[in-house]
Ligand binder design. Sequence first.
Ligand SMILES: [Zn+2]
Length: 278
Amino acid sequence: MQPAASARGAGAAWPAYVTTSVICHAGAGAAAIALPQAWPWALAAIAANHIALTAGGLWPRSQWLGSNWTRLPASAAARGEIAITIDDGPDPAVTPAVLDLLDRHGARATFFCIASRARAHPELCREIVRRGHSVQNHSDSHSHRFSLLGPGATRRDIAVAQATLADLTGVAPRFFRAPAGLRNPFLAPVLQGLGLQLVSWTRRGFDTVRREPAAMLARLADALAAGDILLAHDGNAARSASGRAVLLEVLPGLLAQAHARGLVAVTLPAAADGAVTP
Ligand SMILES: [Zn+2]
């Protein structure tokens, strides 16, 4: 079992947002006691703090609520690496075709799997790993209420997914992506406790809601550069006019453009470790 992507000791310092929030609440309380007429301002300060925490959770690429990879480490970018991340599977109607396309181009990808779907399709999960790709943690249930869960329920959901995916593939995930990228302030300490690194993305294809392959390719590839983390979907994927998941029509062009720019698609663990790329 690999250690966490970024080593963090037990008892590491609180994330900055926790310290800032504690200071804000304590300061507002002290001000309200010392200057009773200032209580509306103290209340406003606390409200502003909560709005900032909420906004940080609703903005998937923000760093306000703890460490969040929006790009690969500089060392991976220097090697010309990109990471294609594929969410919400495994899906028996789409994932096998995605694997064939990746094989054809000699590319590797990271599949952020929903653990309940992995339990329904365990062979597909194992096949992803057998073909040189990586399976990472995208929660157990992919609940639309995930960002509303308290710390206990958040930890239970992610830990169950972690156990499922490690058991099915023989490799413990090291990375986590929140459902829809939405978070709350409880997530960072939970991930720290489980040794997981949060990953969002540099660019996303919006391919759960948009059906046009050309537009998705442009969103992902027009500014494609070393170190990019791209987000696409095999599960919950919108269908193009041909009835196929949009990613299946975009992947060949995306991989061709990456190749033309001298970029290599690797898994997140390979990018983190500097492993020899295929
Ligand atoms: Zn998802």
